[in-house]
Ligand binder design. Sequence first.
Ligand code: C5P
Length: 240
Amino acid sequence: MPKFTEIPERDRIIVALDCDKQEALRLADLLAGHATWMKVGMTLYYQEGPSIVQELKDRGFKVFLDLKFHDIPHQVRGAAKAAVKTGADMLTMHSIGTIEMMRAGQEGVMEAAAEMGTDPAATLGVTVLTSMGQGELDEIGVARYIEQQVLIMAAHVKVSGLSGVVASPQEASELRKVLGPDAYIVTPGVRPATADVGDQKRVATPKAAFEAGASHLVIGRPITQAADPVAAFEDIVASL
Ligand code: C5P
């Protein structure tokens, strides 16, 4: 895995394509030559299948395939292997699936890389979904404070050998202490100071998120719903 600190910040901004294929490819064509990473989530992937990953790869992008695996270890090994074979450069799994499950997912990634003769994809663990608060943790029987749960799950991600975590910008600095200087900390919930917050609650500006210790930022609507997505992307880069 390349050291993220050696990669310019512009190439560590991931554009979330939460839309249909036609719109995704329109945005990709506009942003080619500006952005390096595109994120494909469940909504787009389950409509279009693996071909959407390949279409973005064909346009020269790195693809973050955010399908958040959570199943028995054998299934996650197979899913991770298959995801890498679609061309994904980064993928996600739920840390709540256990250390054994995350290790299996990591093995699937390594097996695929060995068979393809490529560098292994980056692997991220989801600690606690940002849509969950203390009440939701209580609902599923987790008696810890949410901040404590995030750090414990991050430690599990680390011992499982994954590249890093998905986290809110507010958690990034504490996570950096647990995970060390090279781990990936990929943060959604990023909003330029002038942008509409939308349904994101715990937001930070791009500059603040990087300063808090994020390695990569995931930004969707402030770019994808802008009248001029390229200008929106470049304004974000200029704000760093
Ligand atoms: O449009 P917006 O910038 O809010 O998009 C953020 C992206 O990050 C979306 O694809 C969303 O699903 C994803 N995400 C998130 N919060 C998480 C994990 C992923 O907003 N905790």
